[in-house]
Write a protein that binds this ligand. Sequence first.
Ligand SMILES: Nc1ncnc2c1ncn2[C@@H]1O[C@H](COP(=O)(O)OP(=O)(O)O)[C@@H](O)[C@H]1O
Ligand SMILES: [Mg+2]
Length: 157
Amino acid sequence: MTMHLVTTNYQATIAYGYQLGQLLQPQDLILLDGDLGAGKTTLTQGIAQGLGIKRPIKSPTFTLIREYQSGRIPLYHMDMYRLENSSADELGLSEYFNGDGAVVIEWSQFIKDLVPTSYLRIVLKQQQPTSRELTFQALGCRYQQLLQQFQQAIADK
Ligand SMILES: Nc1ncnc2c1ncn2[C@@H]1O[C@H](COP(=O)(O)OP(=O)(O)O)[C@@H](O)[C@H]1O
Ligand SMILES: [Mg+2]
């Protein structure tokens, strides 16, 4: 199941992230791919707000993983862009995948082989300076349901 959306400004990307964040459950896995500046961290910021996290999301580029515990459920935000400096095997990813929070991974293509086979993947593409195309790909029952709920939520808005 796939879906396309276009956002024409930063706030719209935040707003979509917010809608998605409200729907997330523990062990949900969201993969974000797209070039630098495509809007992955911006979308994550919206997801965090939708989870009720007040503190700003900082790009975890150097730390690879940041944990946010102040929302409805924990958010584990990862960025694999600089993975070459450390081994993915040492990150303890499965503990996050099987943990008590939702996982969002920027640059998930760099750990393709370590990622479970069910997920919601969102590929972001810059079209104009302030517009982005978002392509949603849901693999597995849970994520097809999640994507349907998300479609419903944005249609109701
Ligand atoms: N429609 C849009 N959606 C998301 N970001 C946008 C949009 N238009 C402009 N921007 C800008 O693009 C940049 C996206 O940066 P960021 O979210 O850090 O990207 P990434 O994490 O993919 O590298 C931000 O500076 C943001 O203000
Ligand atoms: Mg980023």
